[in-house]
Ligand binder design. Structure first.
Ligand SMILES: Cc1cc2nc3c(=O)[nH]c(=O)nc-3n(C[C@H](O)[C@H](O)[C@H](O)COP(=O)(O)OP(=O)(O)OC[C@H]3O[C@@H](n4cnc5c(N)ncnc54)[C@H](O)[C@@H]3O)c2cc1C
Length: 523
């Protein structure tokens, strides 16, 4: 069996895990991250796409609202190019509760979330498809965020700081030393799911950032972490219906947010408590509900062409034991379909605030920390909290640097919709297009494939948005398969080295890089 040694081992390659790897490496820790599939395979690649201003939670979950607005300000500086600065409207419909909007505006002021009431007529001028029956509109700093690009950019920043990231490596075992009351997590066994080989990693400390799978990972250390899993369903329309994020101004509920993401709009979401993080089933009633609620925001949404539906599972957590108390019971004694005692009855009621579980204090297990709950918007703060706790356990003091360290690519400024078209037209790349809907060129695809020897079509979808547009891969998938086949048959040479993540979604940069790297005889 191969062996490695590290100071910090991170489990999970979603927003939180890559954020932890970035933070830990910047603080000078030797860091290894393992992800059982591709980066963003989990909830991070299945979310709604909203950089929250926190306003959604001001009345229901103020702790989460404060985390969101603080991180919203930071991510605009550190991950600028992953964010489209759309702004957000909170709109009041005739059927919405009378006094909610006044209480909402007061709470935003109290929590220092910028909130300006604008006349409905001016909101309708900016968003003509919006329901004309809106009676009040508040504008807030919500935005759209690309979690695929942001995670890759964070991963590149982590690698540049010295971290090793191992996608397609699944944690299968945690090794503990010491006796009862003095147990320490000291190593892990990881399965390389491509080669089938096992890898033994000695680690001073393991950080569990496995999202909805955090309970399963904690169980490998004999620790009980009862997650509250809330499945949500979203639908993408075949065009952008609005350019602004639209929220209903009411207590958070189903189907009350419409987010413009790249070329589409996404209506969501539901919140159904599930027992299994892999339960991504989509039922007809969920689709019908999204269409009905979507029509309330944009009348006629339900008759637009729906491109796709998908689901993600929220990794929510609400602590039910005080530090030092024994855990609620053995893992086996908790039925999987029952919420833990003392936890909210429905996942919709569970807090969206982050949850840091220092298992040394909580369970008497050293060298093990779980970071879960939270939002995509708060991943950087979650990472900071986890690595602060790691410093505490390791007995060192090293300040967090991520809030002031931009990831590669921020110099491009905020994402804007015309970005790819502009580059394709400037560089005359029309004949290079493999995916016309999302303007993916052959060089972008080859570059992505050549830097990932085990690349799948699904990886390409996440990496360069192949097949994400209105044709849903109906044409480009076949072309991509042909190109991958050529690459695998050795007709193009692999490109060694680091992803130019900042440019992975840029047709122009791939064209120039590709031209520079192309073997003679190939264009
Ligand atoms: C429907 C829905 C909509 C949402 N919308 C928004 C939104 O608009 N804005 C927002 O801010 N937040 C939103 N969220 C919340 C947000 O998506 C999540 O909080 C966030 O993505 C969680 O990231 P994570 O890295 O903690 O978990 P994940 O992204 O799930 O990452 C955990 C990773 O751990 C890996 N893993 C699991 N077990 C193992 C193992 N044994 N070995 C190795 N790897 C393992 C998994 O493969 C996975 O990739 C939404 C969530 C849902 C469900």
């Amino acid at each position: 069996m191969k062996r490695m040694q590290t100071e910090i081992l991170v489990i999970g390659g979603g927003a939180t895990g890559t954020g932890v790897a970035w933070d830990a490496a910047l603080r000078g820790f030797r860091t290894v991250l393992v992800e059982k599939r591709d980066l963003t395979h989990g909830t991070t690649g299945r979310y709604h796409g909203l950089l929250h201003s926190g306003a959604r939670y001001v009345l229901k979950d103020p702790a989460s609202a404060v985390e969101c607005i603080n991180e919203n300000r930071i991510l605009r500086r550190t991950h600028t190019h992953c964010i489209e600065d759309t702004s957000g409207f909170f709109v009041v419909l005739p059927e919405d509760e009378d006094d909610y909007s006044d209480r909402f505006a007061d709470a935003c002021r109290r929590l220092n979330i910028p909130c300006t009431e604008i006349p409905p007529a001016s909101a309708l001028r900016r968003e003509p498809l919006l329901n004309p029956r809106i009676s009040r509109v508040f504008e807030l700093p919500d935005a759209a965020a690309d979690s695929f690009l942001a995670t890759h950019a964070t991963a590149q920043a982590a690698r540049q700081a010295g971290a090793t990231l191992l996608p397609y490596h699944e944690l299968t075992r945690l090794h503990l030393s010491g006796g009862e009351g003095n147990r320490t997590v000291s190593a892990a066994t990881v399965l390389d799911t491509v080669s089938g080989e096992e890898l033994h990693i000695d680690a001073d400390l393991v950080i569990n950032a496995a999202g909805a799978w955090s309970g399963q990972v904690a169980a490998l250390a004999g620790v009980d972490v009862k997650m509250i899993l809330g499945k949500g369903v979203m639908l993408a329309t075949n065009a952008r219906l609005t350019n602004t994020v639209i929220n209903r101004c009411k207590m958070p509920g189903d189907g009350d947010i419409l987010v413009p993401i790249h070329t589409v709009s996404v209506i969501g979401t539901t919140d159904e408590q599930v027992a299994d993080p892999e339960n991504l089933s989509i039922e007809q009633w969920e689709i019908d509900l999204m269409l009905t609620e979507g029509d309330k925001l944009v009348p006629g949404l339900s008759s637009s062409r729906i491109l796709r539906a998908w689901a993600g599972v929220r990794p929510l957590y609400q602590e039910t034991q005080s530090p030092g108390e024994p855990a609620l019971g053995s893992i086996d004694s908790l039925s999987d379909d029952q919420p833990a005692q003392g936890s909210p009855q429905y996942s919709r009621d569970a807090t969206r605030a982050l949850a840091l579980l220092d298992h040394q204090q909580r369970d008497g297990v050293r060298g093990f920390i779980t970071i879960t709950g939270g939002k995509w918007t708060t991943f950087r703060l979650m990472a900071e909290s986890a690595v602060d706790a790691a410093c505490g356990q390791l007995g060192v003091s090293r300040p967090c640097r991520t809030a002031a360290t931009p990831v590669p690519g921020v110099e491009q400024g905020h994402y804007w919709l015309g970005h790819r078209l502009n580059e394709v037209e400037d560089e005359n790349l029309q004949s290079e297009l493999v995916c016309e809907c999302e303007l993916v060129t052959r060089s972008m695809l080859e570059s992505a494939a050549q830097r990932n020897p085990t690349v799948t079509l699904d990886d390409l979808r996440r990496d360069v948005r192949l097949g994400m547009g209105p044709c849903q891969g109906g044409f480009c998938t076949y072309r991509a398969v042909g190109i991958l086949h050529q690459l695998r048959a050795g007709k193009a040479s692999p490109v060694a080295g680091e992803w130019h993540v900042a440019h992975m979604q840029s047709p122009a940069h791939h064209h120039r890089d590709g031209a520079a790297a192309a073997p003679s005889g190939e264009g």
